[in-house]
Design a protein around this ligand. Structure first.
Ligand code: MN
Length: 240
């Protein structure tokens, strides 16, 4: 590792430590590369109906931030890859040299997964609305069956991973799971919504009770935001 790389990693770690201090800017930890940590679109306690504020702060400010920093570090000295938007990077992982491919896969996947995850929460939960509600009825057997099947799929993920709803350009929905920080875009498929079933997502409040976390999570969904993602998917403008 070059001195410059080592220095940027050290600065990144210092930036992460600063995240715990009030008034600091998240982007300080990720200022050394093309990818940046998106700000949470709500306060840490906005998801208290399912997720405690401390978990939100650590999950965003440490876990997600570390993946952004790790992605930027992996892309150091790779201008062609560094110039790709995140979704194109995920759809073309074989372009990454073998020496960095696993680091790019894990960190780019994590960056995309968490960036999506924050935007679909912060809402009042309840039943789906709009065109997404119709698609859930058409493709997933209605909201009750969808919740049951989605939670069961999330419960079956062994160890760390995600449960997703994928969406095609024509608006077709399907439930799928991925291990680690993999993302359906690695298979060329866009994500409508998804839940993080890594223990860091729920352990402080739920400990080993993943099923309770999966059940509570619906209480903080933002169906307006999910409908916006659905419309974007059908318009061909959905990115992450
Ligand atoms: Mn996570």
């Amino acid at each position: 590792m070059s001195t410059l790389n080592r220095r940027s990693l050290i600065l990144g770690a210092a930036g992460l430590a600063a995240l715990a201090m009030p008034g600091r800017v998240w982007a300080q930890a990720t200022a050394t590369g093309p990818h940046t940590l998106p700000a949470l679109p709500y306060a840490f306690n906005a998801n208290e109906a399912a997720i405690d504020a401390m978990t939100m702060e650590l999950h965003h400010g440490r876990h997600h931030a570390a993946q952004v920093a790790g992605l930027n570090a992996a892309l150091n000295g790779q201008p062609a890859l560094a110039g790709l938007p995140l979704d194109e990077l995920l759809m073309n992982l074989t372009r990454a040299p073998e020496a960095i491919r696993t680091a790019v896969r894990n960190n780019a996947g994590g960056h995309a997964n968490h960036s999506m995850f924050w935007t679909i929460m912060g809402g009042p939960g309840g039943a789906p609305t709009g065109e997404v509600a119709e698609a859930i009825t058409r493709d997933l057997g209605g909201f009750d069956k969808f919740k049951t099947d989605f939670n069961a799929a999330g419960g079956r993920v062994f160890g760390s991973g995600w449960v997703f709803v994928t969406v095609t350009n024509s608006g077709q929905l399907a439930i799928t799971t991925k291990p680690g920080q993999d993302n359906p875009m690695m298979d060329g498929v866009r994500v409508l919504m998804g839940n993080d079933v890594w223990e860091h997502a729920y352990y402080l409040r739920y400990q080993n009770r993943r099923a309770d976390y999966l059940n509570s999570w619906w209480n903080v969904l933002n169906w307006t935001a999910i409908n916006e993602r659905y419309a974007a998917a059908r318009a061909g403008t959905l990115r992450i």
